[in-house]
Design a protein around this ligand. Structure first.
Ligand SMILES: Cc1cc2nc3c(=O)[nH]c(=O)nc-3n(C[C@H](O)[C@H](O)[C@H](O)COP(=O)(O)OP(=O)(O)OC[C@H]3O[C@@H](n4cnc5c(N)ncnc54)[C@H](O)[C@@H]3O)c2cc1C
Length: 419
């Protein structure tokens, strides 16, 4: 058996969240190891890359909105620093998002969202059908109305991730392939990690950033994270014109989005939302419905080439918000549960965890997202949090203990549309 090695910090998981944290922590002068897991399984390489605090907001997620807004306000600076450090483009695209409605029911839903955004004082511009088509001439003439949100951008998450990996390598982060099997502790304090191959790293600080797999590492308190499957497509316009804006649509009661990249060679179409555990299957129904709805909104997509189908696992939590910061095990720091906003939340998560390691506290904006909000004495009888941090109602399947078996197919549900 080889002797254990040591690092100031061990980060578990090399997706966007783990890599960004490792890079930022390394810049503070600490020695940092990232145990990468399986990169091809990461949601970070599958996501659409919308940075959409406004169009993504729902009536029940006020605390999350503030965190999402904090992150987008950091984005341009974060990307500038990253591009300089890595020498690579990080894929930020500062074009607006256009939400559109297909029929009169969809228009009513969009109007309700617009009224809610008004009440929150968030910037959005209501558009007629004609105005929508002046912004995006490829839209179907059947589109009824729209909402333009200038501050909702996108980022090519694959470019962002590649730049983060390069920047962290250049900064001196050590990448270790493999899986952390167990967090070790002595007297209530983290003392190291053991990998699945038996390798041991000694450390006083472990950052758990392994996304949808967060509940699977031994030696940690129970972490209420579950995988939420998403099927997503990539289309290549080839010689046809791509849309210029990110388009989100309500169409016949379904939601679909189309996210173009700067290259003009990729439009991401998503996504299903399925409670099926770690199910890897791309289904005919999933692909069919996404293509059908995309064509309904943007008829030209029927001429595009279907270049990729993929599946990813959003790290879901009972209130759809991430779990950030310390927990009852001293030295174990959590950075997981980013659900449908992990690309958006990458900068604020990296800065919050770095702040925590440097100064011992989370910044104010992240302080409501610690694991203890799920403690049973802080939940109201209906399962919602009493302090406002966890604002969604818990569905019965969300109350199942983390790491519990996947629901049987008869209970598994598939809905559509959010990231
Ligand atoms: C279809 C889809 C569309 C999405 N669209 C958007 C979007 O438009 N905008 C947005 O902001 N977000 C979006 N998301 C959400 C976003 O992708 C995730 O929130 C984010 O990628 C989570 O990043 P992560 O680094 O925490 O996890 P991941 O990217 O999943 O990475 C976790 C890594 O940890 C590794 N790992 C697992 N167990 C271990 C272990 N024991 N030891 C070491 N490593 C381990 C895994 O192999 C994996 O590589 C989308 C997600 C999906 C699925």
């Amino acid at each position: 058996m080889t002797a254990p090695q040591a690092a100031d910090v061990v980060v578990v998981g090399g997706g966007l969240i783990g890599t960004a944290i490792a890079w930022q922590l390394r810049l503070t002068g600490r020695s940092v190891v990232v145990v990468t897991g399986e990169r091809s399984a990461a949601a970070s390489g599958v996501a659409a890359g919308m940075l959409a605090p406004v169009t993504e907001t729902t009536f029940t997620e006020g605390a999350l909105l503030a965190l999402n807004q904090a992150s987008i306000s950091q984005y341009a600076g974060f990307v500038a620093q990253l591009e300089e450090a890595s020498g690579l483009p990080a894929g930020l695209r500062r074009t607006p998002t256009l939400s559109v409605a297909g029929n009169s029911d969809d228009a009513a839903q969009l109007a309700a969202l617009a009224a809610y955004l008004d009440r929150l004082g968030l910037d959005c511009e209501r558009l007629t059908s004609r105005e929508c088509r002046s912004y995006e001439p490829l839209l179907s003439p059947t589109i009824r109305s729209g909402l333009l949100v200038a501050g909702d951008w996108s980022c090519d998450n694959r470019l962002l991730w590649a730049a983060l990996v390069e920047a962290s390598r250049r900064a001196g982060v050590l990448e270790v392939p493999g899986f952390v099997h167990q967090v070790e502790s002595e007297h209530g304090r983290v003392s190291g990690v053991v990998l699945a191959d038996g390798t041991r790293w000694m450390t006083a600080a472990v950052v758990l950033a392994n996304g949808a797999w967060a509940a699977q590492v031994g030696g940690t308190p129970p972490i209420p994270v579950r995988p939420v499957k998403g099927q997503i497509l990539r289309l290549d316009p080839v010689r046809m014109p791509p849309p210029s804006l990110t388009i989100r649509a309500f169409t016949a009661g379904q939601e679909v989005y189309l996210v173009p990249r700067d290259s003009g060679r990729e439009v991401v179409v998503g996504a299903t939302v399925e409670q099926l555990g770690f199910d890897r299957r791309v289904t005919a129904g999933g692909v069919y419905e996404l293509l059908r709805d995309a064509r309904q909104v943007l008829p030209v997509t029927a001429e595009y080439v279907l270049s990729e189908t993929s599946v990813g696992y959003r790290p879901g939590t009972p209130d759809n918000a991430p779990i950030l910061g310390p927990c009852e095990l001293d030295g174990l720091l959590l950075a997981t549960g980013h659900y449908r906003n992990g690309v958006l939340l990458t900068p604020v998560t990296a800065t919050a965890i770095t702040h925590l390691v440097e100064r011992g506290t989370l910044p104010e904006v992240a302080s409501g997202f610690t694991l203890d909000r799920f403690a049973s004495d802080r939940l109201a009888p209906d399962g919602s949090a009493q302090d406002g941090s966890a604002q969604d109602r818990l569905a019965p399947e969300q109350l199942a203990p983390s790491g519990s078996p996947d629901p049987p197919p008869a209970q598994a549900s598939a809905t559509r549309g959010t990231t």
